[in-house]
Design a protein around this ligand. Structure first.
Ligand SMILES: [Zn+2]
Length: 261
């Protein structure tokens, strides 16, 4: 059993909201109470009180558009344990207190079944997904609105592709943090894998034209298809693909310049 409320958050456009998911019937596990905005914090609190008793909060990962409402919700509830991966706890030190650690294979009991915890690094090192039957709460592994960004060093393309493939093999309906539920999970995941592999191919091909800095690779691959202001963001994506190509000994870096091996 899963219920969802989209909360307005400072997220990456064109997405404007982050989903807060609730697991359980009356004894509730709340995933990513996301919003830092007071009106949205009031709205999610009122919604939860109407549904039942909150037993725990789970964080899929540390990004600010996922954790902005945690401390406010904890205060309004008079205390509730917040659970996340160990890496997420480290990264949230001084921002959000994480009380309990979750790891691959853990189970979260609710009054509507036990959810299984998967550790799915790639978008973030401590990223978690939760699964029960046909339902997969998939955080920022994929989205049905907006795009998923990988930023090194927390983002890692090898890990990300492995995690996507694992989720694809499992199957089910995806409940992302941004946008509506995705009925055909495997097809959506395959699309993401294909997209990333195509981008890697483009970046490799761009270096066939000669050595280049990261921003020059962005210029060659994206050109005028994206506004100049987002070149630095695209550059951080490109870095993740270059790191993958370097791991596979297809490129190397000398100073600021990347080139084909
Ligand atoms: Zn994220």
């Amino acid at each position: 059993m899963i219920r969802t409320l989209a909360l307005r958050t400072p997220t990456l456009p064109p997405a404007t909201h982050t989903n807060c998911h609730v697991l359980g019937r009356q004894r509730l596990t709340v995933v990513d109470p996301a919003s830092p905005y007071p009106d949205e914090q009031q709205r999610v609190f009122d919604w939860l009180v109407g549904l039942g008793r909150v037993e725990r909060v789970v964080l899929t990962h540390q990004h600010e558009d996922h954790v902005g409402g945690v401390e406010d919700l904890r205060a309004r509830l008079g205390g509730v344990p917040v659970c996340a991966h160990a890496r997420t706890r480290e990264l949230l030190e001084g921002i959000v207190r994480v009380d309990e650690l979750l790891a691959e294979g853990d189970r979260l009991d609710t009054d509507a079944g036990a959810w299984e915890v998967w550790h799915t690094p790639g978008h973030a090192q401590g990223h978690l997904c939760l699964m029960l039957g046909e339902d997969v709460v998939c955080g920022d592994m994929v989205a049905s609105e907006g795009t998923i960004v990988l930023e090194a060093p927390d983002g890692d393309l090898t890990d990300y592709l492995d995690s996507l493939a694992r989720l694809e093999a499992r199957g089910g309906r995806l409940h992302p943090a941004h946008g509506a539920a995705i009925e055909d999970g495997p097809a959506w995941l395959r699309h993401y894998i294909t997209h990333r592999n195509r981008r890697t191919d483009q970046i490799r091909a761009s270096l066939d034209r000669g050595p280049a800095t990261v921003l020059e690779v962005v210029e060659r691959v994206y050109g005028d298809s994206i506004p100049r202001q987002v070149y630095p963001l695209a550059g951080r994506q490109v870095r993740c693909h270059l790191a993958w190509l370097q791991e596979h000994e297809q490129v190397l870096v000398e100073g600021q310049h990347w080139r084909r091996t």
